[in-house]
Design a protein around this ligand. Structure first.
Ligand code: SF4
Ligand code: SF4
Length: 174
């Protein structure tokens, strides 16, 4: 290598270094767009359209809209839903099917939304609570109907759903 090409190499290296530093300084002064999770939990905005966890809204009387018809279970392409029904006697002596357990497996759901769309009672919805990680796979099976809940007798307004308190995580299968 000649002396002149050696010097030229030094200048090429310095020019390249200056170019890199120019980009570094420019990015150093621009507003940060990365978010630090979970520190940003309080300000984190997840789209309402995000399908995360299937839930069954209950009202203040602990009543839901599920008639245990099983349509969601039949339509689920992934065998993710298990509707367990029971029968009860009505006042006029007839037998009536009621919901015992509505089980949904977070671990096998593809979030296709077919169950929600085809439910004739609008009894289930997806929330956008994405923090569903657990250490035990068995805990991915959620019981959607709350303990002691029952079918809402009168068809009224849909239950107002808030992001907090819509799930009964304590009811998850152990
Ligand atoms: S979203 Fe799709 S895969 Fe998941 S439970 Fe509903 S129908 Fe089944
Ligand atoms: S959630 Fe809807 S489709 Fe599924 S069993 Fe209940 S009423 Fe029927």
């Amino acid at each position: 290598m000649s002396f002149s090409s050696y010097i030229q190499g030094i200048f090429t290296g310095l020019r390249s270094l200056a170019g890199g530093m120019r980009i570094t300084w420019r990015e150093f002064r621009t507003a940060k767009v990365t978010m630090e999770y979970p520190e940003n939990r309080k300000t984190l905005a997840i789209s309402d359209r995000w399908r995360s966890e299937l839930i069954m809204p209950h009202d203040e009387q602990n009543e839901h809209a599920c008639t245990a018809c099983g349509i969601c279970m039949i339509n689920c392409p992934n065998d993710t839903i298990n509707v367990i029904s029971a029968t009860t006697d009505t006042i006029d002596g007839k037998k009536k099917k009621i919901l015992d357990k509505h089980l949904w497996d977070y671990g096998s759901c593809t979030f296709c939304n077919l169950c929600v769309i085809t439910c004739p009672s609008d009894a289930i919805i997806f929330n956008n609570d994405f923090e569903g990680a657990v250490y035990d796979r068995k805990k991915l099976v959620h019981q959607l109907n709350h303990e002691g809940s029952k079918l809402r007798e009168k068809k009224g307004e849909p239950v107002k759903v808030t992001r907090e308190g819509t799930t009964d995580k304590a009811n998850r299968q152990e």
